[in-house]
Design a protein around this ligand. Structure first.
Ligand code: BDR
Ligand code: CA
Length: 312
């Protein structure tokens, strides 16, 4: 299995990513770290502990990270994820306690405790913790296998016409992560807007008579309603598990190597990710961008993971 650290801000779709990371046998979840994003750090950390309790993932360290971006003011996505960060979903009281270490230290210690090329970082929120880890201990840059992140988009934005939420929240952190030199795979909106939880998907989830099945059913419904009202989608895009899907089976997400930067100064374009797709694919480029999704394989993976979890 691929060893990963999942850095997240749950968040309805982050919750599905956590579930997939726990349930799929091809993933060895070494640690979960949290980052202020969809809601405040305090709220997303509480949500993380509740989700992991609900799905029975109680033996993985969970550490809280940064409360705000490197440079800019904090912004949250209450319009999509609600005041709690996970509105419309019932969570149990957590039975897990938080690791006392800072997320940045947990990321560094986990990477350094494993061999070169062993640990993959999977950020599904703003990139603040990952950027700080790279600055605090540059030795992780050589040691990490790759960074597979949900964020950005080649041709489309969501928080603005051209910027995706995770990148817009902390574009300076994204700049550090994209330019560090380690392999980066950006699984952005071009991919995740294909991962729609359609009524057919919801019907498959509804067949799964378990705590986790009912939980994901609730998630899709609540998230779907907000996406309809705020972004005009018929069905919600379930972004974050797409990054996990790539780590589990890279035939699910089509990628191509491309120089990748982020706009930091644009009057109307701050947070836009700029991938240079001109010409042939450069052989020695450490950054890649997701361009397509095998939708059927993706949902088979998510539904399969839900079925793996113990009934109850
Ligand atoms: C990303 O932003 C968050 O609201 C979601 O959890 C996802 O990580 C999509 O733009
Ligand atoms: Ca997220």
């Amino acid at each position: 299995p691929t060893k990963i650290v999942l850095d997240c801000d749950p968040g309805h779709d982050d919750a599905v990513a956590l579930l997939l990371a726990h349930a799929d046998p091809r993933i060895d979840l070494l640690a979960v770290t949290t980052i202020g994003g969809n809601q405040t750090l305090e709220k997303v950390t509480r949500n993380t502990l509740g989700i992991l309790t609900l799905i029975g993932c109680t033996d993985v360290p969970v550490a809280a990270g940064c409360t705000r971006p490197l440079v800019r003011e904090m912004r949250v996505a209450a319009d999509i994820h609600g005041e709690s960060g996970l509105d419309g979903v019932d969570l149990p009281e957590p039975t897990i306690t938080l690791d006392p270490r800072h997320a940045v230290d947990v990321i560094i210690e986990t990477v350094m405790a494993h061999g070169p090329g062993e640990v993959t970082l999977v950020p599904t929120g703003p990139l603040t913790n990952i950027a700080l880890a790279a600055r605090r201990e540059p030795a992780i840059i050589e040691r990490v296998r790759e960074v597979v992140l949900m964020g950005g988009g080649v041709h489309v934005g969501n928080a603005t016409p051209v910027a995706e939420f995770n990148i817009l929240v902390d574009p300076e952190a994204a700049d550090i992560v994209f330019g560090a030199g380690w392999p980066v795979v950006m699984v952005g909106l071009d991919v995740t807007h294909e991962a729609l939880a359609t009524p057919q998907v919801a019907a498959r989830v509804a067949q799964i008579d378990s705590v986790a099945g009912r939980f994901v059913g609730q998630l899709i419904e609540a998230f779907g309603e907000n996406y309809r009202q705020v972004q005009g989608f018929d069905a919600p895009p379930v972004h974050d598990p797409c990054a996990l899907a790539y780590v589990i089976d890279n035939s699910i997400v089509g990628t191509r190597r491309a120089p990748l930067t982020v706009e930091l100064r644009g009057e109307h374009t701050t947070g836009m990710t700029v991938a240079d797709l001109r010409g042939p694919e450069p052989a020695d480029c450490p950054t890649s961008v997701g361009v397509s999704l095998d939708v059927d394989k993706f949902w088979d993976l998510v539904v399969g993971a839900l079925e793996e979890l113990a009934p109850g």
